[in-house]
Design a binder for this molecule. Structure first.
Ligand code: DLL
Length: 439
């Protein structure tokens, strides 16, 4: 494959020039945020830093971090840096009422985000001759809208499928000759299996590449997907807070994801101390969005653990590369593409009159994540008939589904049957680790 760039000027810019560009943008962005976002101005004042102290990226370390809790505290408008009338869109993190982060976009923000996705599509060989099937979820989740916009910018014929309804996905894929598939890696694996079950061979479809992300996946999974669909499978990374997918993307080398450094300034820090670590160290990824107008985040702690590398890439891009996330520095799990915190499940249990004695068991079966929650019955429930217990399990599963957006299997177990811990309670057993997935 040739070296395919969407914006070659930026994608192959010498590093010295990228640094210069980042410095100029950072100085402006810090002033924009200080002038318009009281929440962050207070954090800077508390630290004794003024916009004039930031003369370039070498001063970045002087600025305070932002965390997910800050964004929740500032919900909904506390981080907004423009007039609401200048905003054209919101997107939101998966999750729950109360825990949601709402991100705002001006038209320029949407354009920049879609260009990042267009870079990712072009990097896997996408052109205006391609048919791009987008089966990430549409709506508040950024996956569908982001790749949809990127596909338009490239000029692909875009199939805005959203997720689910695999029968229809396969029908459109085959009838309309889709050449690029965008979805979560677990859904790609499932589509591969479903094609096989229907008697299709990998060479029967016209797909050439897939752009898969939003959840952890392994090299083994990549090989399986590539085999079952007869394609090259590429990784894509991003998070709602910094726009969505396309913050980083893989090129033909498939050895890590190039971070769109002209828009996102990356740092690696020690998650315990906050100390900035040298390139090549494993630590928490922190982003500063250099161009975002409505929802610009400075030194935002992603909680994703990874390593950055500046080794020369055969694709000609000069942007720094990040490894796949190797885990998280908080307790967030990604289950069927949805971000889940154990505390959300605990809140439902407590609200429903249960004691906080529970265990969450996550696994991946046939490439689909499973979520089982064992909850101790209250002593007064113990005498209930099996039918009563089943009804209670169903009702609790319904409340948890309302909170998380995904359905768990709830199992009410005998009082005192969940092992009590003498130290930190082990609330989560994530069996996906046995598959080598970095959860
Ligand atoms: O998952 C955005 C996205 C959509 C990325 C489609 C790629 C493709 P959130 O729902 O806010 O946004 O979740 C962000 O998902 O902090 C990571 O922990 C995880 N994540 C995203 N991409 C990857 C990936 C979208 N390629 C959180 N590999 C991030 C592993 C990923 N984890």
């Amino acid at each position: 494959m040739q070296n395919n760039y969407y914006q070659p000027y930026y994608e192959t810019m010498p590093y010295e020039e990228i640094k210069k560009l980042q410095s100029e943008k950072l100085v402006k962005q810090v002033k924009h945020v200080y002038d318009n976002v009281k929440y962050y101005r207070d954090l800077m004042d508390e630290k004794g830093v003024k916009p004039e102290d930031i003369k370039g990226i070498e001063d970045l370390h002087k600025l305070p971090f932002l965390k997910k809790d800050d964004l929740r505290e500032a919900y909904p408008y506390g981080m907004l840096a423009t007039d609401l009338k200048d905003c054209v869109r919101i997107q939101s993190t998966s999750g729950t009422t109360g825990k949601r982060v709402v991100a705002f976009y001006t038209q320029n923000d949407v354009d920049m985000w879609e260009e990042c996705c267009a870079r990712a599509i072009t990097a896997v060989g996408g052109t205006n001759e391609d048919v791009c099937q987008v089966c990430y979820g549409y709506g508040l989740f950024t996956g569908g809208p982001g790749l949809n916009g990127g596909s338009h910018k490239v000029g692909c014929l875009t199939l805005p499928m959203s997720s689910g309804n695999t029968e229809r996905q396969i029908q459109f894929m085959m009838d309309l000759n889709a050449t690029i598939l965008c979805c979560t890696p677990s859904y790609a694996a499932y589509i591969g299996e479903s094609l096989k079950e229907r008697g299709y061979k990998p060479e029967d479809n016209k797909l050439k590449a897939g752009i898969f992300g939003a959840e952890p996946w392994t090299e083994e999974m990549r090989r399986d997907i590539e085999k079952s669909l007869g394609i090259k499978a590429y990784d894509i990374y991003g998070l709602t807070e910094t726009s969505g997918p396309g913050v980083a993307f893989e090129c033909q080398e498939q050895t890590g994801m190039h971070i769109n450094e002209d828009h996102f300034l990356a740092e690696i820090i020690d998650p315990e101390t906050g100390e900035v670590l040298p390139i090549g160290s494993k630590g928490e990824l922190v982003f500063t969005s250099l161009d975002k107008e409505a929802f610009p985040l400075i030194r935002y702690r992603t909680r994703d653990i990874c390593v950055l590398s500046r080794e020369k890439c055969s694709c000609g891009r000069t942007f720094v590369k990040m490894t796949k996330p190797m885990g998280r520095s908080d307790d967030m799990m990604i289950i069927r593409g949805v971000n889940v915190f154990p505390s959300q499940i605990e809140a439902v249990l407590l609200n429903s009159g249960y004691a906080p004695n529970y265990q969450i068991v996550v696994d991946r079966v046939n490439n689909t994540d499973t979520l089982d929650i064992n909850v101790e019955m209250m002593p007064e429930d113990f005498s209930d008939t099996p039918k009563d217990i089943m009804n209670k399990e169903k009702s609790l599963a319904g409340s948890i589904k309302t909170m998380l957006g995904i359905s768990p299997k709830v199992h009410l177990v005998a009082p005192k049957s969940i092992t009590r811990s003498e130290g930190k309670a082990v609330r989560v057993i994530d069996n996906r680790k046995r598959l080598g997935i970095n959860v």
